[in-house]
Design a protein around this ligand. Structure first.
Ligand code: PDD
Length: 287
């Protein structure tokens, strides 16, 4: 549970933390967010998440509210105040508070900053991974800039709810060509029938997952065959293995797609190994 939240320059009790009703994040989803996994009280894949945050802000022409150094201090303070050893830290930055108007406020207003942190039971997460989880597929219906980590998450929320209602942990978006783009809050991977790791390339309309890109380094170091190539739902169902990656899921084996088993319906050796290797690397590089 989050005990303290950072809101626009100060830490306040989580239950009393609030933003203004005219915040453009609330009224227009005009903002971005980032999520870091926390390992032993430290930020996992820190540099990658910072780089994507600055890029998301720049793409939307939202000012950087503080330097990376200052933000690192505040994120660590949020982790400390909430006594998080293993968990997640969330950051939302909106364009700020201004009378409602679709166009940007002129003159610009200071961006709003919210940070929360929560603990995760890693033993329970490991047990979930060891069991394997399932996904369902849903039609891709998001905007064309999924590379920006926008707080406009309604299609993702609806997809995740559809997954929940069908007993699955995640929903995979499928585009008009029948190709999987990514999950509602994760990137999608398979080990195809030829034994190659496959995930959608970043020219496609997906979020450039930081876990995805760290895992590509892990895969290269391990010398495993990999192709950033799209796959269909049918290919995924016929794959040897499937898994998802993200700051929340880390590397999580998927054993069923729309109720059909993947491989023998149990977590495969590649996904299981990559989960271990990714976590080792993330722990070793956390700051
Ligand atoms: N979600 N794709 C989408 C749509 C996501 O929302 C996320 C992350 C990812 C994986 O990105 P990364 O590896 O950088 O976490 C891919 C976060 C965890 C969330 O919404 O909570």
């Amino acid at each position: 549970m989050s005990r303290f939240a950072y809101v626009n320059g100060r830490f306040v009790r989580h239950g009393e933390a609030a933003v203004h009703i005219e915040d453009r994040g609330y009224q227009l989803a005009d903002g971005v967010y980032e999520v870091w996994a926390v390992f032993d009280g430290k930020l996992g894949d820190a540099a990658g998440h910072f780089a994507r945050l600055w890029r998301s802000l720049d793409e939307l022409r939202i000012a950087h509210p503080m330097s990376e150094k200052a933000l690192t201090v505040v994120l660590r303070e949020a982790i400390r105040r909430n006594r998080v050893r293993e968990g997640l830290v969330y950051l939302q930055i909106s364009r700020g508070v201004a009378p409602r108007d679709h166009a940007f406020p002129n003159p610009a207003v200071p961006p709003s900053v919210v940070i929360t942190a929560k603990s995760v039971d890693r033993a329970a997460a490991d047990a979930k991974a060891a069991k394997g989880q399932s996904v369902v597929t849903v039609p891709e219906n998001r905007w064309g800039r999924c590379d920006i980590k926008s707080i406009g998450l309604l299609p993702n929320a609806l997809a995740k709810q559809a997954a929940r209602e069908r007993g699955a942990i995640e929903a995979w978006f499928v585009d008009d060509l029948g190709l999987v783009t990514e999950g509602a809050s994760s990137n999608a991977w398979i080990v195809d029938a030829e034994g190659r790791l496959r995930t959608r390339d970043t020219q496609a309309n997906i979020l450039r997952g930081i876990t995805r890109s760290s895992l590509l380094s892990v895969i290269a170091e391990a010398g495993l065959p990999v192709a950033e190539q799209p796959f269909t739902v049918e290919e995924a169902k016929a794959a040897r293995e499937a898994f998802i990656t993200g700051a929340g899921s880390l590397v999580l084996p998927i054993v069923a797609i729309d109720g059909a088993p993947v491989g023998d319906g149990a977590p495969g050796p590649v996904a299981t190994r990559l989960r271990r290797l990714y976590i080792e690397r993330a722990k070793a590089t956390a700051i």
